[in-house]
Design a protein around this ligand. Structure first.
Ligand SMILES: [Zn+2]
Length: 322
């Protein structure tokens, strides 16, 4: 590995400014079914700490909404389904966080919640299996916060559980946006090359890398071509807010492996900024429908539109009522 890469300063040297862009009232009715595949939901106290962190080191958060309000905000504006993500920032809190997420999913049938675990913590397998039995679907990890090595014993345990249970693993393992306020250096821990190793070693493990793999866009563009088990999400890469330019044409990429996501509510601009950008890219109807909703519906195993009870029918076979 090139250790000099770890010296890169990263995009969040100092907090970025707010953007006072105008927000739309609703998702345009002309658009196909929309799934926001990257929404953060935490208990109130944790949300407060995360927002404080962002105020100091990231960007001013425009929508400081607690979990129920964030869900209702999106659903009331025409988002059809939400994939909810959270992450344990230390060992010992995953069970509590998973229970909170499962409660939200019971209350809101249009929310699919993922489980969390702190890589390396005791009883990881048991905690994840419990979470899946509670109805959570998939696991979210955040390397910048959890500071894990992709090739560690703790991570292999998680790969195995997800692979055996056919649960998608959403891992923020791109190197950016890096902040000096993180306790570890994502340039040392994360690389597309390391993720490719995992894809090779676990050929049935479904992996989603958010932010189009920022900032190794070209490597991830190639990897979704090559691996049927890799997905990317668009979160914050289309907004033209972070100090990088995503220059690839989505239409020329493998669009059945890309999902629309936002990072809502932890964003500094209008809630629909990225959906408007996506809608203006001139994508084919099939690509747009896939990126906006169909790809996420397939990966997370729910139908689109119609009866919400039917939407969870595929999952109920595996985990819902065990
Ligand atoms: Zn996120």
């Amino acid at each position: 590995m090139d250790r000099s890469q770890g010296k890169k300063e990263g995009m969040l040297q100092s907090p970025l400014p707010a953007v006072d862009d105008t927000e739309g009232a609703n998702i345009p009715t002309s658009l196909p079914f929309v799934v926001d595949a990257h929404v953060h939901l935490f208990p109130d106290s944790l949300f407060q700490s995360i927002w404080e962190w962002f105020d100091h080191f990231g960007w001013p958060i425009r929508y400081k909404l607690n979990a129920p309000c964030a869900i209702e905000f999106l659903l009331s504006r025409g988002v059809g389904h939400v994939i909810a993500l959270h992450y344990a920032h230390k060992p010992g809190v995953a069970r509590m966080l998973n229970a909170h997420m499962a409660d939200l999913c019971r209350k809101y049938s249009h929310v699919t919640g993922t489980a969390t675990i702190f890589p390396g913590e005791e009883d990881a397998e048991e905690i994840l299996l419990e979470a899946f039995k509670m109805g959570l679907f998939g696991v979210k990890l955040h390397c910048h916060v959890q500071c894990f090595e992709l090739d560690s014993v703790g991570m292999h345990r998680i790969y195995r559980v997800c692979s055996d249970q056919d649960m998608p693993l959403i891992m923020h393992v791109g190197r950016e946006p890096k902040s000096p306020a993180y306790k570890c250096d994502p340039y040392l821990l994360c690389s597309a090359q390391k993720v490719e190793r995992v894809l090779k070693d676990y050929p049935t493990l479904k992996v989603c890398v958010p932010h189009m793999g920022a900032d190794e866009f070209e490597s991830y563009r190639r990897m979704i071509e090559q691996y049927d088990t890799l997905w990317l999400d668009t979160t914050m890469t289309l907004a033209e807010y972070l100090p990088f330019k995503f220059e690839h044409s989505l239409e020329e990429m493998r669009t059945d492996r890309i999902m629309y996501g936002t990072d809502f509510p932890n964003i500094p601009y209008a809630w629909d900024r990225e959906i408007r950008k996506l809608n203006n890219l001139g994508l084919s109807e099939a690509s747009l429908a896939g990126i906006l909703g169909k790809n996420a519906a397939e990966l997370f195993g729910f139908g689109i539109g119609g009866d919400p009870v039917k939407q969870i029918s595929k999952r109920s076979r595996n985990v819902w009522q065990k």
